[in-house]
Structures are given as C-alpha cells and as structure tokens.
Design a protein around this ligand. Structure first.
Ligand code: URP
Ligand code: ZN
Ligand code: ZN
Ligand code: ZN
Length: 466
C-alpha cells in the first residue's frame, strides 16, 4: 500500500472549506485530519505534499467533451490520449465524452468504437454518454441495456438536420424511454430546421463570412427549442438536461421550468461566459476559430449566465471541448461559414477560468467546486467517487495555487490544436499538483502521468433526482 499525505492546505468542497490534511491510501481518500497532524498522528506517509498556502480541491469533472469526434467533414484534433493529458494539466481528472450511434446503426456499435478509441490511452478517468442519431424501435430498446451497463445519459439534437437531428416525435419517444429506465436526456436545443433556412438565405445573399454563423443561429431559436424540449420532457415525464446554454432567453426558460418544480437542468461553458459574438467578426477568417453551436452571443447574455450559475438555474459548467485546427480544419469553411467545423478547444482551461470568476467575485469558492466538480459528478452518476474530497472517494485531487499568475496561450497549452480562443488572457491561479486515483500525474511544470492510467468509469443514474 502506498500512502500520500497532502498537508496544510485549505480543503474546498462544494459543501465546506476547512484547513485539513488529506490522507490517500492506494488511490482512495482514507481520512481528513486537523492541519499538520497527519504524520504526527502516526499515519504512515510514504510521500507528503506540502499544500500550505494552497487550495486542495477535488479533481474537475468535465461532463462534455468530444475527443476524436468525426464532425463537419473532419475529426476533432485531440485524441483520447492528447485530450485527457491536457485535461490533467488543467486539473480535470474525469471526462465524460460522447460516443456516437452510427446513423442507421446500433448504439452498441458506436459504444464499442468509442471504447476502442479510449482504451489504454487515457491519462485520466473517462466515461461515456451516447449520442442518438437514429431513434427507432431497436435503438430505443438498446437504451435500456446501456443504462444498465453505466451509460446513463443520451444526447439528442434539435439542430443539425441530416446529421444528428431528431424530430419531435423521436425526441418524445426517447424521453418516454428515459422516463422508464432512469436515463437522462441531454438536449442540444436549437431549432435546426429554421436555422438551416436562415443559413441558406444568408449564403444566397453572399453572406459567407464566419460572423454570419452568429447571426443565423438566433437566440430566439435556442429559446424556442429549449421551451419545446421542456414541454416534451413534461409530457414524457422525464428529466431533461440542456447542454451548452448560451442565450439569456434560454436561461429564462430553464428558470421558469425549475420554478414550476420540473426536473430540468442546464449547463453552460466557459466560452459563453468569457467570449462574445464579436470574435466571429475577426478579420482574415480568424473568426472561424470561434465557430461553435450554440454560438457565442452578444456580451449582454453573459450576465444572465452568471446569474443562472449563482441561482442554480444552471447547475454545471463543462467545456464542450471539440477542437479543430485553424489550418486545414476551420479553413474548410472559407467561402461558406456553414462548412466551418463547429467546436472550440477548452478542456485544459475550465478550472482556471472559473477560478478567475472567483477572483472577480462572480461566484464563491464553493460554488466553483460545485459547478466544476460536484454537480457534474452527481448529475451523471459519478458521485460519491468523483467530485468531492471525502473518505472513500477516489483520490482525484488538485493542489491549486490561488495566487500564481499565468497567461493562456497556444504556445504553452497542451491541447492538440494550433490556436487558443483565450490567447493572451491573464488568469490568477494555477494548477500545481494533480493526483488521479492517488497517482501524481501533474507535478508542477511536469506531466508525470501516463497514457493508459485513466480507467473507464461506468456510471449510475442521475443523482439529482433521488
Ligand atoms: O459546436 C459544437 N458545440 N460542437 C460540438 C458538437 C455539439 O453540438 O456539442
Ligand atoms: Zn451540441
Ligand atoms: Zn458538444
Ligand atoms: Zn501562492
């Protein structure tokens, strides 16, 4: 048995902040004790990590990533190896990625393919959601089997007609099935049919630049789809989790549903909290770097997102990490913004950007841990192993220096992508040490982990409902 003691730090969970020593035994948190008492109390400490003056926080849980994801005529540029290593650098020790049902094929085939991509190469632990791209009698039956084996959430798309799109009838049937088997429906809520009309009209009028991506994907069409998804979930009697919420009007729909007591949840992402639609107008086609869906919004929307995070109308911040290089990938859409692969890199920066929000007084420290670690773990059935620091939990722990300064840049990040959407952004705070199930995977400026350390984690059903 190897033991590690993290000594003298401020241990922050979603529930409390307390100066304590944390003892790790063989990959699991064994105990918390009064500061600097650990070794004195006779704990055998093979290794001690001095966390004096630092925060000791749970490893981040990023519930929305797309590694090695075929999309937009190409594939996202981070593999499971590079993406999970970048996650570790940023203090994220669990990711939940999206396996994809091949159109016309079985869920099982998609899940097997994603297991094959991830097996033996991940630096941190991983789990899977399933993207339903073809809701039919047989895929609905398969949902029950997936829930039973730990894939307990499914993403459906009201956007991307001809790719992942499901119509309202298919969505209703999937929700009914989820109501019966305990699965959680995750919704990409944008009215893709209406958006495609606006896309064609824009292209016909010669509006081909990246900035028109932001104009055609209207906030009202996000709000409309969010409203429709909520009503469909109500009819089906199922819970609903709306992914990558960016529009103020969509937050209002979620807030209204939650005020009415409905089991409706929402996620937003750092890009919507920190970036705005004017990025899409950057000259020289640079705006393409900021093309994602839902799109970046005018800055005014950000206040509603921050408020939603404070009032718990939004529960989770995940990254929707879906990187495409500018060279050769984003460039596929030169002359036609609708051909720019949708997605932004970010898995490395979520914990830091949200800490910056703590520094700026937008959220408190415990709320930081709640939205980045504890809530995603509970939402997706990973608690109590993930998302907290408590005896019995996996020793996924970050020693975080709240005073260190850093500047985000493509020159220094570890994601496999040739640009940073946060280039030049200054952050107060920095990950210092990262433990994944007790193993030190980041030690200061060094990656000490290994491809294949990360394990697949089967999940229980949503723990927000019990
Ligand atoms: O633009 C995005 N969000 N790309 C990833 C796919 C999705 O819709 O989440
Ligand atoms: Zn989506
Ligand atoms: Zn996504
Ligand atoms: Zn310091």
């Amino acid at each position: 048995m190897t033991t590690t003691a993290l000594r003298g730090g401020l241990v922050i969970t979603a529930a409390e902040e307390t100066y304590a020593d944390v003892l790790v035994e063989d990959g699991t948190i064994a105990a918390l004790a009064a500061p600097d008492s650990a070794c004195a109390r006779g704990w055998s400490c093979d290794r001690t990590i001095d966390a004096t003056g630092k925060y000791v926080i749970p490893g981040g849980v990023d519930a929305h990533t797309h590694l090695d994801f075929p999309f937009g005529g190409t594939a996202s540029s981070d593999t499971f190896e590079t993406g999970t290593r970048a996650a570790a650098w940023g203090g994220t020790t669990t990711i939940v990625d999206f396996a994809v049902q091949p159109r016309g094929g079985a869920l099982r085939a998609g899940l097997d393919a994603w297991h094959a991509k991830a097996e033996g190469v991940c630096a941190v632990d991983y789990a899977f959601h399933m993207i339903l791209s073809d809701v039919n009698d047989s895929s609905l039956k398969e949902l029950d089997l997936l829930v039973a084996e730990g894939v307990t959430s499914f993403k459906l798309f009201m956007a991307y007609p001809g790719v992942f799109y499901s119509d309202d009838g298919q969505i209703l049937r999937a929700m009914q099935r989820a109501a019966g088997n305990g699965g959680l429906v995750m919704m990409h809520a944008e009215n893709g049919i209406a958006i495609d009309v606006l896309v064609q009209q824009a292209l016909d009028a010669g509006r081909t630049d990246p900035r028109y991506h932001g104009e055609v994907r209207k906030a009202l069409l996000e709000a409309e789809a969010t409203h429709r998804a909520i009503q469909l979930a109500r009819v089906a009697g199922s819970p609903l989790y709306v992914v990558h919420v960016s529009a103020e009007e969509a937050v209002a729909e979620l807030a209204r549903a939650r005020d009415a007591g409905l089991p409706v949840f929402g996620e937003t992402c750092p890009q919507y909290l920190f970036l705005s639609v004017d990025k899409l107008a950057e000259p020289g086609f640079e705006g393409a770097k900021y093309v994602c869906s839902t799109p970046l919004r005018p800055r005014e929307h950000q206040a509603a997102l921050w408020r939603g995070l404070r009032t718990d109308d939004l529960q989770v911040v995940s990254t929707d990490h879906c990187p495409f290089c500018f060279a050769g990938q984003k460039e596929l859409g030169r002359g036609d913004f609708s051909k720019i692969p949708n997605g932004l890199p970010g898995v490395e920066h979520r914990m830091d950007l949200l800490h910056q929000a703590v520094v700026e007084g937008r959220i408190g420290r415990r709320r930081w841990i709640e939205i980045a670690c504890a809530a995603p773990a509970r939402m997706f059935g990973l608690a109590p192993r993930k998302g907290t620091i408590a005896p019995g939990a996996d020793a996924d722990i970050v020693v975080y220096d709240p005073h260190a300064r850093q500047t985000l840049s493509a020159a220094t990040h570890h994601m496999n992508v040739d640009h940073s959407v946060y280039e030049g952004k200054e952050i107060t705070g920095r990950v210092e040490t990262v433990l994944s199930r007790g193993e030190v995977v980041i030690d200061g400026r060094e990656f000490t982990g290994r491809a294949g350390h990360g394990r697949y984690v089967p999940r229980s059903t949503c723990q927000y409902l019990t």
